[in-house]
Design a protein around this ligand. Structure first.
Ligand SMILES: [Zn+2]
Length: 267
């Protein structure tokens, strides 16, 4: 079981690294999203301005036609001046010319106003066009940069995954699934020691019998409060006391060296 715990600790390192990389890969394109939103706002504003320019141009050609009509009407009336013979006809014709001239002048004023307006919009459009193409270039460059970073991270991630497979090839798949989920949810810590009957992951005091079972180390047990995998760790390493149960090799080594020291002293 000690070996399983060691494997889980090793696996935890690799898993946390992999999860960290996955989170980074998710975060990286977010700055790009902000730029793309800005671009789409710019495009919307550009389209609106352009629509208004088109409408102004239509209005301009309508007014130009009306001004031409008024101009022709005035010219026709002016030609007829030569043909009139009475004062009444003269007055009527003079009035026609006056009306046509006034209309012509009014249309000309409106045309100038609209032409000025179109000029302003055109200037805005050309500066927005510049901004748009700048933004598009930036986004394209950013995308290229991101895809390079992502593929690099993808490579590291795949290395992690193969390492995970090597470490965990003989482990229970359900426990592995749970373990990965705990590490994801508990920011990297999926296996923690129980010290003095307290889970060092969530600092909750475990039921005495449960803490005992963890101490025995016969099974993989999960903390009932924080779901982490638990292993036993003595609260004071200088006062190690062992049960009658078989100890693993590492502990035996320590005991053996202690014995040798004792033997030397006895000699
Ligand atoms: Zn816990």
């Amino acid at each position: 079981m000690e070996q399983t715990f060691e494997k889980l600790k090793h696996l935890q390192e690799v898993l946390s690294k992999r999860i960290e990389i996955e989170n980074e890969m998710e975060e990286i394109p977010k700055a790009l999203t902000v730029k793309e939103e800005l671009l789409s706002r710019l495009q919307k504003s550009y389209i609106e301005k352009n629509d208004s320019k088109v409408a102004s141009e239509e209005e301009l050609s309508r007014l130009k036609k009306l001004m031409n009509d008024a101009e022709r009407a005035r010219e026709t009336s002016e030609k007829r001046m030569d043909e009139i013979s009475t004062q009444r006809e003269y007055e009527a014709l003079e009035k026609e010319i006056k009306v046509a001239t006034e209309a012509e002048q009014e249309y000309r004023r409106e045309i100038q106003k609209i032409e000025k307006n179109i000029e302003v919009i055109s200037e805005m459009l050309s500066s927005e066009e510049e901004l748009l193409s700048q933004q598009k270039t930036e986004i394209a460059e950013e995308k290229e940069r991101i895809s390079a970073i992502i593929s690099e991270k993808e490579m590291i991630k795949n290395e992690m995954i193969s390492e995970e497979k090597i470490i965990s090839h003989d482990m229970d798949s359900e426990i592995l699934f749970k373990f990965e989920r705990i590490i994801k949810n508990k920011s990297g810590l999926g296996i923690v020691p129980v010290v003095g009957g307290v889970c060092s992951g969530c600092h909750m005091t475990l039921p005495a019998q449960f803490a005992n079972d963890v101490r025995k180390g016969e099974d993989i047990l999960f903390c009932p409060y924080c779901s982490r995998i638990l292993f036993h760790q003595d609260s004071d390493k200088d006062m190690v006391t062992y049960d009658d149960e078989d100890e693993d090799e590492e502990v035996d080594e320590v005991s053996l060296s202690d014995l040798i020291d004792d033997d030397f002293l006895l000699d």
